[in-house]
Design a protein around this ligand. Structure first.
Ligand code: AMP
Length: 212
């Protein structure tokens, strides 16, 4: 199974990527996590990506495509994958199609639809585990022990780019650069739209149905 999860920031792709990966028995990857991992290791790629991420802009295509393609080509990801947050531009989508053409292309593209006021509310309260990336929300889904992850006891933190000003910029970049990608998959006939504003359990159910 080769699956793409699309949707604006805060639409629940990250939460559902692990669920999708577990039921389809493949690995999932978030391009944002790959950048943040580079940043935590203080690599040149991470430092460069940060200059875009902090402003809510997309990291240039050549760098992003190279990074995600190396992940896809790793032997452990050959049988399939769930991509969270990639592709986000037409060039990224075309590069992915070129690379996967010989092995049957993408199986499903799932788009999470969530109204903008709900996205802003979700992102303003979002906190993540530094170790395992599990997301929580300060009000809607707080951890049992304040400041620490229920799964691995890792420290929870708020992403710098979840501030309201940067979130607004991320949403506007999404509309401008990612809408054409959505349109493209719509025209190709492999886009499945789901209501991402429902509860986690209801979204999981929609995903199960999307896979059938
Ligand atoms: P995310 O964790 O998906 O919200 O991504 C965080 C940030 O990483 C984005 O705001 C972008 O700066 C960068 N990023 C992640 N994925 C991509 C992508 N496919 N293309 C360009 N930039 C990306």
């Amino acid at each position: 199974m080769k699956i793409i999860l699309m949707g604006p920031p805060g639409s629940g792709k990250g939460t559902q990527a692990s669920f999708m990966a577990s039921i389809t028995e493949v690995n999932s990857v978030s391009s944002g996590d790959l950048f943040r991992d580079n940043l935590s290791r203080d690599t040149e790629l991470g430092r460069m990506a940060k200059t875009y991420m902090d402003r809510g802009k997309y990291v240039p295509d050549d760098v992003t495509i190279g990074m995600v393609m190396s992940w896809i080509e790793a032997p452990e990801n050959k049988k399939g994958f769930v991509l969270d947050g990639f592709p986000r531009t037409l060039l990224q989508a075309e590069s992915l199609d070129d690379r996967l053409g010989a092995i049957g292309g993408i199986d499903k593209v799932i788009l999470f639809n969530v109204p903008e006021p709900e996205l802003i509310k979700r992102l303003a309260g979002r906190i993540l585990c530094r170790k395992c990336q599990t997301p929580y929300h300060k009000v809607f889904s707080p951890p049992i022990k304040q400041g620490f992850c229920d799964m691995c006891d890792g420290e929870l933190f708020q992403r710098q780019d979840d501030s309201e000003a940067v979130v607004r910029e991320r949403l506007s970049v999404y509309t401008e650069e990612t809408s054409p990608v959505i349109q493209r998959y719509k025209e190709l006939g492999n886009l499945i739209e789901i209501d991402g504003s429902l509860s986690i359990e209801e979204v999981e159910q929609s995903l199960r149905e999307a896979l059938e």
